[in-house]
Write a protein that binds this ligand. Structure first.
Ligand SMILES: CCCC/C=C/CC(=O)SCCNC(=O)CCNC(=O)[C@H](O)C(C)(C)COP(=O)(O)OP(=O)(O)OC[C@H]1O[C@@H](n2cnc3c(N)ncnc32)[C@H](O)[C@@H]1OP(=O)(O)O
Length: 297
């Protein structure tokens, strides 16, 4: 039982993770959920995001559940940022695993309908929400791991790139990448910077110029994701990886205990980011919609 409780402490997440089974000392498979005490976990759900927090490990699972494709609408982005902010303010939360409840899709990226025929005010509000999502995720003082259990084009890829570590299902049918160019859009510079920070200049250059979507194996080869695992192991591997990351002593690792206050997080070492507001302006001034923006002649 002690071993099992230790495992429970390690993996004890309500809902999806809590349903994980481990080998007990006695050889059989045991489900962790019955071992969890109610006070160890909490769950909150909005219409598009489910947050499951395990207080014994300090790990939260943030599950996107907005059919059909977890597109990043204004409502979605608002709920996402609020969820992340709440976790950030919860000093017991040290790590966040981002995943999807939808089969085959992590996120389809920005919701195209939000940018189609909308007023400049709406575009501005929407774009601000995109930036807010990225800032919250990228600048988080918690360890963030993307458990990519489906395709993740464009803004979906950006979300994954904003995390500290990416684990993807090794399904060759799933693809990931910043494919904006294929849609006739130029990815904003901070999308580009986030990609460069992960895969380096040359791969980023080719990816962005050609709007490449990588299959899971190719994404691993280029360094776009860090690890491929069988689909049914994505979440459990993310949990194990998180435990390793959280074991790094606090002085050396943002996100370890004691938590660094989010107000003290300095983004500059991670990205050369200046004024994001231009993206909003250019989107509106170009009257940006995917299928009317052409590439340069
Ligand atoms: C300053 C400018 C900055 C610009 C930055 C842009 C970044 C972006 O994120 S732009 C958005 C780019 N996204 C994409 O290109 C993804 C397009 N979608 C797909 O490739 C596929 O839909 C999928 C691989 C995600 C899923 O394929 P699947 O075959 O399973 O499903 P579908 O039949 O294609 O789609 C189902 C359903 O979902 C709607 N949909 C898909 N993507 C989006 C989206 N991004 N926004 C809104 N809605 C989307 C699709 O139209 C289908 O709807 P219906 O069932 O009603 O037809």
């Amino acid at each position: 039982m002690a071993t099992l409780l230790k495992h429970s402490a390690k993996y004890a997440l309500s809902g999806r993770l809590a349903r994980l089974c481990v080998h007990s000392r006695h050889g059989g498979l045991q489900c962790l959920q019955p071992c969890l005490l109610p006070h160890q976990r909490s769950a909150s759900t909005g219409s598009k995001i489910l947050v499951e927090m395990d207080n014994s490990t300090g790990i939260a699972v943030l599950t996107m559940k907005s059919p059909p494709v977890n597109s990043l609408s204004l409502d979605f982005l608002t709920e996402f940022s609020i969820s992340l902010e709440k976790l950030e303010l919860d000093r017991g939360c040290r790590g966040v695993i981002l995943t999807s409840a939808l089969p085959k899709i992590f996120s389809a990226g920005l919701d195209i309908m939000e940018m189609c025929g909308k007023s400049p005010e709406h575009c501005g509000e929407f774009w601000k929400a995109v930036q807010e999502m990225w800032l919250r995720l990228y600048g988080s003082s918690m360890i963030t791991i993307a458990a990519i259990n489906g395709s993740s084009p464009a803004g979906g890829c950006l979300m994954a790139l904003a995390c500290d570590y990416r684990i993807m299902a090794e399904n060759p049918k799933y693809s990931i990448g910043l494919n904006e160019t294929q849609l006739g859009i130029v990815a904003p510079f901070w999308f580009k910077d986030t990609l460069v920070n992960t895969v380096g200049n040359r791969v980023a250059e080719l990816s962005l110029q050609l709007g490449l979507l990588y299959s899971a194996p190719d994404a691993l080869r280029t360094g776009l994701v860090d690890l491929l695992v069988p689909e049914d192991k994505v979440l459990s591997t993310a949990s194990q990886t998180m435990t390793q990351w959280l074991a790094i002593p606090g002085e050396n690792a943002i996100g370890s205990n004691p938590r660094v206050s989010s107000s003290k997080v300095d983004l500059t070492p991670k990205v050369h980011m200046v004024d994001l507001s231009h993206s909003s302006e250019s989107m509106c001034s170009l009257n940006w919609i995917p299928w009317t923006c052409s590439n340069r002649a």
